[in-house]
Design a binder for this molecule. Sequence first.
Ligand SMILES: C[S@@+](CC[C@H](N)C(=O)[O-])C[C@H]1O[C@@H](n2cnc3c(N)ncnc32)[C@H](O)[C@@H]1O
Length: 377
Amino acid sequence: MNRVREIRKERGMSQETLARYIAISRKYLSMIECQHATPSISIAMRIGGALGVSVDKIFLDLTSVEAVSYPKPIRFIDLFCGIGGFRYASQYAFDKLGLEGQCVFSSDIDKYAQESYEANFGERPAGDITKIEASEIPDFDILFGGFPCQAFSICGLQKGFADNTRGTLFFDIARIIKEKQPQAFVLENVKNLASHDGGKTLKTILEVLRDELGYHVDYHLLNALDFGLPQKRERIIIIGSKKPFVMDWNFEIEKRKTLEDILEKEVDKKHFASPEIVAKRKAMHTASVSPAIWHENKSGNISSYPYSCALRAGASYNYLLVDGERRLTPREMLRLQGFPDSFKMVVSDTQTRKQAGNAIPVDMVAKVIEKFLPLAF
Ligand SMILES: C[S@@+](CC[C@H](N)C(=O)[O-])C[C@H]1O[C@@H](n2cnc3c(N)ncnc32)[C@H](O)[C@@H]1O
């Protein structure tokens, strides 16, 4: 039982204003007011702060505020770990929430990704996940994974995830969740996952996670641009927990980086395009801002923006050019994904570019994990 609605009305505050003030959706606030949702302690405190009343006066019976009890430390596994985007994102979230996280297993099939990961996190990820038994993986509380998007070949007879997803890397995520029963997971994928195979791929994934594995699941399309990174990168994030939860996908962003923050002042001439290419580009396009990233689409048309279009692992040389003149340096690409400058680049420029293009936008995923952890445990 809580008195949120009563006290809010006494204060003459609309539901919309209170929801905006404490950065939750109006729908979720309404569920709390109708006693249909149990807020986490952090949301209850924010409501108390906004209404100027101590939490115990609003939530009369403190069992209506759910105590979050986290394992100490929170053990996680980093699947398809690449160069550790999830590792950074989760660390930022753990630090923000004053929690201790511990990576107990990581895996990536690519030897250059393994080299980069080892140089930066001090452990070499295991290889091909399809060859690793779930029983070989230590117990863990939360699974992180940005897995490649593949169509499911078997359809029609819904025989269960083993039959419907076998041969795909999602199958490996599902079998590991099934055997290890973690409290929660956070998965990341490309925007196209939603339309892939006529929507069947995402539908199967959600069905397996919900119906076969018994998790409460939500997902959302997010854009790194909305999380303070100057890169338009849209990604689907799927979250799941054993506990029912309502995720509010609106986020407050305190700090936004601009291209000026990202671009290096001194750039080696090896990163510059040939004079012919630069001349051709400039004859085709005039930018209205500088610095800008010039983007060449599949039909050869050029447009420019004060941010980068999505970095790609295997993009052609001229796909993105700073002011139409040069490629982004590997460090700039890492910065566009939110990797700190302390990230050690230990492989070739070509490999680092590929790794940066494959990675997750750290700032975006960190915000999701920070908001999700108190709901998931
Ligand atoms: C989209 S990337 C994930 C990048 C990562 N989230 C990051 O921030 O760097 C997908 C990764 O899955 C890895 N991968 C593909 N097949 C795999 C397999 N069978 N076992 C383990 N890793 C695999 C690739 O090498 C690639 O690094």
